[in-house]
Write a protein that binds this ligand. Structure first.
Ligand SMILES: Cc1ncc(COP(=O)(O)O)c(C=O)c1O
Length: 367
């Protein structure tokens, strides 16, 4: 039996007629960039996230850059995030001209440890970006409390957490600005690149709309030095179709997470914890294992494909060596790095595939 890490073909088969006709519509209308399909999706997504505004952007990385630019983050500023994230979070800070400053994670949630946040704030801190990693929201209340006290805006990196809840509230609407990625493998994925910025603030929304389109709201009149970060019509149309299925797919992921828990019970594999304040949407099902590299090879031989999110934390990446962090700078993040393993996870994964995967894991450990 083959178990892919993700299987976008399986998902497409369940929505083929809707997707094909939505894409054909955009081609017939020739509204290839922004246009009606994107405008409709923006409204639907804003309403899904319980916010006033949603702006379609050409990627999650660009969404973070647009959000930082809208908050006037610039050279000489510092922006706080965690070292346990995809490099795009830090890259966006760098592209805005600022310096990334890291705060270690909590071992249980893999997200920013709010108790370590205040110490990282300086007079130069212009924004804080907690990441809702793997699909589980960061502990936002204490983060927002500290940020409010210091009058620093918070941007959620919700690239992995579409539809996740923090104390019954959707991510993307928990702070001043939310940023999403619609990279194809995400819980809500486009058929190409895509992203969004969400906010309740009219001024930020207006600025992001302009920044993504060359700093302009009227053709050939430019208020700001912007960029070309517009979402394509075909992606808007695909995302509208897929948004209607998102809750069902997230429920499927949650059911699969429970099946993994059931079949791994009593084994030496440590399954992820769902924090009491969160509804996790399992973009990634991250377990902790011993002898990881050997296990990965063993599973590959059994036609089971896994991944590591992420093998090297940002502060130890060559690209960020100039920041001067060393091994030992963030012990909790580093302590997880050699043990984390992402098991196959998507809504269409079958119980047989999960049972086969966990049987193979038990076989490897002789359990
Ligand atoms: C946590 C996180 N932030 C930002 C991004 C960037 O999104 P994109 O790949 O759409 O640019 C990703 C996507 O991979 C991500 O996982």
């Amino acid at each position: 039996m083959k178990v892919n890490f993700v299987d976008l073909k399986a998902q497409y088969q369940t929505i083929k007629p809707e997707i094909d006709s939505a894409i054909q519509n955009v081609i017939s209308n020739t509204a290839f960039v922004l246009g009606k399909a994107v405008a409709e999706f923006e409204q639907e997504f804003a309403s899904y996230c319980d916010v006033n505004h949603g702006m379609g952007i050409n990627s999650g990385t660009s969404a973070l850059i647009m959000a930082l630019k809208a908050l006037e983050v610039a050279e000489g500023d510092e922006v706080i995030t965690t070292p346990n994230t995809f490099i795009a979070t830090a890259e966006a800070i760098s592209y805005a001209g600022a310096k990334p400053v890291f705060v270690d994670i909590e071992e249980k949630s893999y997200n920013m440890d709010p108790t370590k946040l205040e110490k990282a704030i300086t007079g130069k801190t212009k924004a804080i970006i907690p990441v809702h990693l793997y699909g589980q929201p960061a502990d936002m209340d204490p983060i927002l409390q500290i940020a409010e006290k210091k009058e620093i805006p918070v941007i959620e990196d919700s690239a992995q957490a579409h539809g996740a809840l923090y104390k019954e509230k959707k991510t993307g609407g928990l702070a001043m600005v939310g940023c999403f990625s619609f990279y194809p493998g995400k819980n809500l994925g486009a058929y190409g690149e895509g992203g969004a910025v969400t906010t309740n603030h009219d001024d930020i929304a207006q600025k992001v709309r302009m920044l993504r389109d060359h700093g302009s709201s009227k053709k050939f009149y430019h208020e700001y030095i912007g960029n070309n970060c517009r979402l394509e019509g075909i992606q808007g149309a695909v995302l509208s179709v897929k948004l209607k299925h998102l809750d069902k797919w997230n429920d499927g992921r949650r059911e699969n997470a429970n099946l993994y828990r059931k079949y791994l019970k009593g084994s030496s594999v440590k399954v992820p914890e769902e924090m009491p304040y969160s509804k996790h949407v399992y973009h990634v099902f991250c377990v902790r294992v011993k002898e990881r590299e050997k296990l990965i090879d063993f599973l590959k031989e059994k036609d089971i494909y896994t991944n590591i999110h992420y093998p090297i934390p940002i502060h130890l990446q060559n690209a960020y060596s100039f920041l001067g962090y060393k091994k030992g700078s963030f012990p909790v993040t580093e302590g997880c790095m050699d043990e984390i393993l992402s098991l196959p996870m998507f809504a269409e994964l079958t119980e047989e595939q999960i049972k086969y995967t966990t049987d193979c894991i038990r076989e490897f450990y002789g359990e």
